[in-house]
Ligand binder design. Structure first.
Ligand SMILES: [Zn+2]
Length: 500
C-alpha cells in the first residue's frame, strides 16, 4: 500500500516542500530510503523503528520503501523522521491516509517516540504554507519559532503519538497563537560611546557609519580604543524593521541559533569572528550548507578585529557580499544564494609591530611593512567607505567630556528615519542612478563631485561611495540637500593610504 506525507527541506536559508512517499509491499522485511537523502536521514531508519515500537505501533514485517521527492534535491537533517513514521503508519493501515493531505510534518524522533526540535523551522513552515497546506505539526520546542509564520495553523506535538492522535482526529492539538515580535531593547553588553575618551574624528566616523550603514575601518597602534569604538556601534544600530526581522530570524533559525522563547530577532546582529576563522565559516558553505558569519551578520554588523590577520582568501571571499549583499555557494544541483548584506567594521594596526607613525619606535623593516599593507588588497580597500587613522590621545583632548550615548543614538535614529522615508533604503545602498535632485544631489553638487574626483584621482566606485557618505552626513544634520561641506567631510575619511 502507498501513502504520502508532506514535509519540507531547508535549501540555503529558504524552505522547499518535500513529499515523503512510503510504499509497503510484500518482500523481505526492510526499510530503504531513496531520493538524495543525507546520512542523518539514513539514520532515520533506526530512530523511526524504535519510535514506532515504543509508541505502541506495529512495524510492518514487509519491504518498506521511502522516496523523498523531488528526488534531485539534496536533503539533510533529522526533520523527516516524523513524516516518515507517519507515512509508514498510513501505508500499513494503522492511520487513515486520507487525513494526511492537509498537514505538513517536521520533527526528529527520539527512540522513545518523543518529538525533538530541528533547525530552520521558520523556513520550513513558510515552505509548507507556500505549498498550500492548512497546517503544520512541529515539535513543541519549535512551536514559537514556527508560529512566527502567518496564514498557516501551527501545532506543537510532544510525541509521535500526539501527532498521530491529531492526524486521526482522536485528540486534536490546539493551534498556536501567532508569535509576536518581542520589544526592541538596546544590547546591554555593548559599550557606550561616552566611554571613549578623545578620538573625536573616529567617534564621528562611527556615528556616520552606523547612521548610513557604511563600511568603516579604523587603523592605529595597539590599545588606542579601536575595538572599543567599533563595539559601540552594536549599541547604536537602529532596530530592525519587521520585514528585516523576519529575514534575519530565518537565518538564525536555519543556523540553529535562534532563541526559542523569543524567536523573532529584533536587534541588528553584531558578529565579531576571530581572525583564525576559516573561509567557509566566514562566508558559509560546506557539505551541509550552513550560513557563515557574513550571513549571520545580515542587516547588522560584521566586525573584523585585527582585520589584516585574517586569511587572505577569507578577506577575498568577502568581496562579493560587500558588493552584492549575497554569498554564492555552488551545490551539486546548482547555485545557491545566501543573504549577507552586512556593514563591515574593521580595525587593524598600521604595521606588524603596531607602532608605525606613533610616538613609539616601529621595529618593522620596510619590506615587512609593505607586505603587511598589501594584505588589505584592492578588493577590500575599494569597498571601505570611511577610514580613520587614529593617533594616541594627548592629555588635553582627554579632558573634553564626551556626549552621552543617547544623544548620538537619537541623531542616528533620526538620520535613519529620514533615509527610509526619502528612498526606502539606507544611503549605503543608494545607486548612482538615484543620486538626483530628489535625493538632495543638485546639478551643482554633481559637478562638484566630478571635480573632486579628478582632483583626488578617485575611481568612480570610490567617488560614488563618498557621495553616499555625504548623503548620510547631510541626514545627520537634518539637511534635505547635500552640500559641498558634507561632501568635503566625506572625502576626509577616504581610505587612500592604508597602512604605512
Ligand atoms: Zn612596525
Amino acid at each position: 500500500m502507498l501513502a504520502e506525507t508532506l514535509s519540507a527541506a531547508v535549501v540555503g536559508v529558504d524552505g522547499t516542500p518535500v513529499r515523503v512517499e512510503v510504499d509497503v509491499a510484500f518482500g523481505l522485511p526492510g526499510l530503504t530510503i531513496v531520493g538524495l537523502a543525507g546520512s542523518a536521514i539514513q539514520e532515520a531508519r533506526d530512530r523511526v523503528r524504535s519510535a514506532l515500537r515504543n509508541s505502541g505501533f506495529e512495524i510492518p514485517s514487509r519491504r518498506v520503501t521511502i522516496n523523498l521527492a523531488p528526488a534531485d534535491l539534496p536533503k539533510e537533517g533529522t526533520g523527516f523522521d516524523l513524516p516518515i513514521a507517519v507515512g509508514i503508519l498510513a501505508a500499513s493501515g494503522q492511520l487513515d491516509p486520507g487525513r494526511l493531505g492537509d498537514t505538513a510534518l517536521v520533527g526528529e524522533l527520539a527512540l522513545d517516540g518523543g518529538l525533538r526540535p530541528v533547525p530552520g523551522v521558520m523556513a520550513l513552515a513558510a515552505a509548507a504554507r507556500a505549498s498550500g497546506v492548512a497546517g503544520i505539526i512541529v515539535a513543541e520546542p519549535n512551536l514559537a519559532e514556527a508560529a512566527t509564520v502567518r496564514e498557516i495553523a501551527v501545532f506543537g506535538a510532544a510525541s509521535l503519538g500526539a501527532a498521530v492522535g491529531h492526524l486521526s482526529g482522536r485528540r486534536l492539538l490546539d493551534a498556536a497563537e501567532p508569535t509576536s515580535p518581542s520589544a526592541w531593547r538596546p544590547p546591554e553588553d555593548a559599550p557606550d560611546l561616552s566611554e571613549v575618551l578623545g578620538q573625536r574624528v573616529a567617534r564621528r566616523a562611527v556615528e556616520i557609519a552606523v547612521a548610513g550603514r557604511h563600511n568603516l575601518a579604523l587603523c592605529g597602534p595597539p590599545g588606542i580604543g579601536k575595538t572599543l569604538l567599533l563595539r559601540c556601534a552594536a549599541g547604536l544600530q537602529p532596530p530592525l524593521r519587521d520585514d528585516e526581522a523576519i529575514e534575519v530570524s530565518r537565518i538564525y533559525s536555519v543556523a540553529g541559533l535562534v532563541d526559542r522563547s523569543a524567536p523573532l530577532v529584533r536587534r541588528r546582529p553584531f558578529r565579531a569572528p576571530h581572525h583564525t576563522i576559516s573561509t567557509q565559516a566566514l562566508v558559509g558553505g560546506g557539505p551541509r550548507i550552513r550560513p557563515g558569519e557574513a550571513s549571520l551578520a545580515h542587516r547588522g554588523v560584521l566586525m573584523l578585529d585585527e582585520a589584516l590577520h585574517f586569511r587572505s582568501d577569507a578577506l577575498d571571499a568577502l568581496r562579493q557580499p560587500l558588493e552584492a549583499g549575497t554569498v554564492t555557494i555552488a551545490r551539486v544541483d546548482g547555485v545557491l544564494f545566501l543573504p549577507a548584506r552586512f556593514m563591515l567594521l574593521a580595525a587593524f594596526n598600521p604595521c606588524p609591530c603596531g607602532w608605525s607613525g606613533s610616538s613609539r619606535q616601529c621595529r618593522c623593516d620596510e619590506g615587512a611593512r609593505r607586505r603587511y599593507g598589501a594584505r588589505l588588497s584592492g578588493p577590500l580597500r575599494d569597498r571601505l567607505d570611511l577610514y580613520v587613522r587614529m593617533e594616541t590621545v594627548v592629555t588635553a583632548s582627554r579632558a573634553t567630556r564626551p556626549e552621552a550615548k543617547a544623544v548620538a543614538a537619537a541623531r542616528i535614529q533620526a538620520a535613519w528615519c529620514r533615509q527610509l522615508e526619502r528612498q526606502g533604503i539606507p544611503n549605503s545602498e543608494l545607486s548612482l542612478a538615484r543620486m538626483t535632485a530628489e535625493q538632495g544631489f543638485d546639478a551643482d553638487l554633481l559637478h562638484l563631485i566630478d571635480r573632486r574626483g579628478h582632483r583626488f584621482e578617485l575611481s568612480p566606485r570610490r567617488l560614488h561611495r563618498a557621495a553616499r557618505v555625504a548623503r548620510t552626513i547631510a541626514d545627520l544634520e537634518a539637511s534635505a540637500a547635500v552640500s559641498a561641506q558634507h561632501l568635503d567631510e566625506a572625502l576626509r575619511y577616504r581610505p587612500e593610504e592604508i597602512a604605512a
